[in-house]
Design a protein around this ligand. Structure first.
Ligand code: SF4
Length: 396
């Protein structure tokens, strides 16, 4: 291989054990140059791309129309699949499936497939929720991933290969991926360059080929990241994890609020909506007695009224080490009524796959082992104190 220009290893790559870049982050021109450098006609690159992006090959060995010599060279230079192993758990009578992927350095990340059967006037959808980091540094206390802490950023190929995994599975049953949401483990906009590279691969007609309107990128409120997206003016949907409109409470529920205050986040999201013409989604996890009061709903109205937004209310998924529970259905309905009464489009969402740990990071957290009981006790006590202080309007 010494006479051949190596495929690019981008600076955004993390120190995964296997230094070969993933094929999913190689640009079409780069793949063509690589094939030509190996003494092959450029159409060999198109053949490899066909196997990779249309048949979702997991290994070079599957690429039967590619000469064996070139397949061996491909294996030497890239990882056709960056996911070494995947364990799938089904739920909701097969409508939801959750995958735990093992990466090249033995780290674990999760992705989820949610099937929505079609009906009168609406097409069937298959939405894939993917991870952008191993663990997460933001530390939202109701989130299983937050409990894991931060591991590392995912490489673009590791993000894209989660989607290819599900695409391969769906093709076998005659379906395809219709939507991709960056809402799994990690804060996407704290790994923004890799997320942008992954979104570009997913929406490039010569690669995965998904329409930009079928991509949603979520953030807990990384204002500079939102501004970075706005500058690109993509057709993706931006989803902001709000969870509280009162600053003192949001400091506890989304600790990033101390660095990027919610008013600035909403202003940045408004600029995104203006630049893209896309309504921004706001996600709001409903926690019993914590953020589900009429005062909270009124604060959300004050914050969002007049902006082109859609609010999704989601009952909290019970996570092992919090003292909190999901809001009662009646409480969520009342909250929704306040928002709708103020003209804010609001949907109540239902959790998918509770029996397999629908909260992102829950499977990986279980694999990582339970923390010691005194750690759990201290964590619950701290959350109770911080929650009480926040409800009284005191900031940590
Ligand atoms: S909710 Fe999202 S941002 Fe918050 S800790 Fe979990 S993964 Fe990170």
């Amino acid at each position: 291989m010494s006479d051949v220009r190596p495929l690019p290893r981008r600076s955004i790559e993390s120190p995964a054990r296997d230094p070969r870049p993933g094929l999913s982050q190689i640009l079409p021109d780069e793949l063509t140059a690589w094939a030509v450098a190996h003494g092959e006609p450029s159409y060999r690159a198109r053949q490899i791309a066909e196997w990779h992006w249309r048949r979702y090959a997991a290994s070079a060995a599957e690429m039967r129309t590619v000469p064996a010599r070139l397949r061996a060279a491909l294996d030497a230079d890239v990882r056709v699949d960056t996911l070494l192993e995947t364990v799938v758990s089904p739920a909701d009578r097969g409508l939801t499936e959750k995958a735990l992927h093992r990466l090249g350095d033995e780290r674990l990340v999760e992705s989820v497939l949610m099937r929505y059967p079609g009906g009168v006037g609406c097409r069937a959808r298959a939405t894939v929720c993917i991870s952008s980091q191993v663990g997460c540094a933001v530390g939202c206390p109701f989130c299983a991933t937050g409990e894991l802490g931060f591991g590392r950023d995912l490489q673009p190929a590791e993000i894209v290969d989660q989607v290819r995994f599900w695409a391969r599975r769906l093709v076998a049953e005659g379906g395809h991926v219709t939507n991709v949401v960056f809402m799994g483990m990690g804060e996407p906009l704290l790994n923004v360059e890799a997320v942008l590279a992954a979104a570009a691969a997913l929406t490039d007609p010569a690669r995965f080929g998904l329409g930009g309107r079928h991509i949603t990128i979520s953030t807990s409120g990384v204002t500079p990241g939102i501004e970075r997206l706005t500058a690109l003016a993509p057709s993706w949907t931006l989803a902001v994890s709000l969870h509280a409109a009162r600053p003192a409470l949001r400091d506890v529920l989304v600790p990033l609020n101390r660095r990027y205050p919610v008013e600035d986040v909403v202003a940045a999201a408004g600029a995104y909506a203006a630049a893209t013409g896309r309504r921004v989604s706001y996600e709001y996890v409903m926690i019993d007695g914590i953020n589900d009061t009429t005062a909270d709903a009124t604060a959300v109205v004050r914050l969002l009224q007049g902006h082109p937004v859609h609010v999704n209310l989601i009952p909290m998924n019970p996570v092992a080490h919090t003292p909190w529970r999901p809001s009662a259905p009646g409480r969520i309905e009342a909250f929704a009524a306040v928002l709708r009464g103020a003209g804010i489009a609001t949907t109540i969402r239902h959790n998918r796959g509770e029996e397999i740990g629908a909260a992102c990071g829950q499977l990986a957290a279980e694999r990582a082992g339970m923390p010691a009981p005194d750690v759990v006790r201290r964590r619950r006590e701290r959350l109770e104190q911080e929650g009480a202080a926040a409800l009284a309007g005191r900031r940590p």
